[in-house]
Every structure is written in C-alpha cells, then in structure tokens.
Design a binder for this molecule. Structure first.
Ligand SMILES: [Zn+2]
Length: 245
C-alpha cells in the first residue's frame, strides 16, 4: 500500500472543504408560523395567545411571510424558502407533526418556528429556543439572540420538551431547528413592535440566518463519503504499489 503524506492529506482536506463551500450556497429554509391550525373537527382554528382581538397566530404569520421574502433575497446562501402555512388551516391535522412533515418533504436544512410569549404585562423580550441535544441549533439560536434589538433579546434558551425543535423527528438534512418567541403579546411595546416593525424584525432574523449559514458551511455540505469521491486535479493521487504478479 502506498502511503499518503500529511501534506497531501491537508491538501485533500482543503480541496474538499472548498468543494463543499460551493454546495453550501443552496440552503433550504422552512418557516413555521405557529398556531393557525385546527386540531379537532369541532375546534375553532387555534389562535395561540390572544390580546384583545389580536391573535398570536396572525402576528406569527405576518412576520413569517416577511421573513420568507427577506431570506429569499439572500441569494448567495439561500436556495429556497417555504412556509408551513400561508393562512389558517381548516383541515384537521395531527398536532405539530404536519409542520415537521413539511420540513421533511421540502428537505429543509433549517427550520424556524415563530411564536409569541404570553405572561403578565411587564414581561417582555424576544427568546430563541433550541433543543439542548443539537449544537447547531444552539449556535443558530445564539446568533439570532445576538442580533435582536427591535424587541430586546432575552437570549438563547434551552428547551427539551418542544416537538418542533427536536431534530429526531426531522429528516437527516435538517441541521438546525429553533423556535423564536418574537416578543410578548401581553406586553404593549412588544406587541406593537411585532405588529408595526415586523419588516425590520424579519430582517434581523434573516441576517442572523445568513450569518449562521456562512459561518457553518461545512455542516450543510455533502456527506464525507460523497466528498471523498471528488479528486481535486492538483493533488497527486496515491498509486497502489505494483505487485510482483
Ligand atoms: Zn405559540
């Protein structure tokens, strides 16, 4: 067997990561506006948290649509963006599972669920939730939390009991899933910001997603086995030693 020098190994590794960089420019994002679905035939459509006549489901949908267009403008790193819903869902669907089924169908690399918190009137701020088992989700949540200014950030927070951020329910291509609580619907300033500055809030999130994708290209690249079949032209190929036969 011929051996490969450490120099050659480094050259191969470098060339493979360059090759992967090209593939990283094709990220698929699925945005999931929370609630707005019907869980039982007799139920009304789920509004989520309510403040007067204002529904969490509608704010999440509005910001979700804005986030879709902001992400679609990131043509250097985003290939496609889908919403799990574009209005109210009146069909009866299995709770939460239908949302993750769309992520699987679209082969989402990143899944972002949008919600609003509810509590007493003094509680305020945006939170980015991730499942503690998934490091890339934590990184994405931290990136989102680091940029949030319009609704001040409460930080990235670990939650192990939320279905839509547990990657074990997703396909292998989904590398990060977070749930953003955009603000508190029960807080006047947060609710007003989410309703009137949704465009700027969506821009903050889209910029964070793009930063995350660019800083973590390698996690979205082809599997190592597939990458290894690409032989860079400028790297000497180790040849098997001739046999005596
Ligand atoms: Zn919610």
């Amino acid at each position: 067997m011929a051996t490969i020098s450490s120099e050659q190994q480094q050259a191969v590794a470098g060339a493979q990561s360059d090759g992967n960089a090209v593939q990283s420019c094709a990220i698929i994002v699925v945005i999931d506006p929370g609630h707005g679905d019907r869980l039982k035939a007799k139920n009304p459509v789920d509004p989520g948290a309510v403040s007067g006549t204002i529904y969490e489901s509608n704010i999440a949908l509005d910001v979700g649509k804005k986030l879709k267009s902001k992400l679609e403008a990131k043509t250097d790193c985003i290939k496609a963006v889908y919403l799990t819903r574009e209005g109210e869902i009146t069909d009866v669907l299995p709770r939460l599972k239908w949302r993750v089924a769309i992520a699987k169908e679209k082969k989402a690399n990143i899944f972002i669920s949008l919600h609003l918190d509810a509590a007493g009137a003094s509680a305020s701020g945006q939170s980015a939730l991730y499942h503690p088992s998934y490091a890339h989700s934590k990184t994405l949540a931290s990136t989102v939390a680091g940029r949030a200014k319009i609704v001040k950030s409460r930080g990235a927070k670990s939650r192990d009991n939320l279905y839509v951020i547990n990657l074990k329910y997703f396909g292998p291509e989904t590398k990060a899933s977070i749930l953003i609580e955009l603000g508190f619907i029960t807080n006047d300033a947060d609710r007003t910001a989410c309703m009137n500055q949704g465009d700027a809030i969506a821009q903050e999130i889209a910029d964070s997603v793009a930063d995350f994708v660019i800083a973590n290209k390698s996690i979205f690249s082809a599997t190592p086995a597939k990458a290894a079949t690409q032989t860079p032209a400028n790297v000497p190929i180790p040849r098997p030693r001739p046999t005596n036969r």
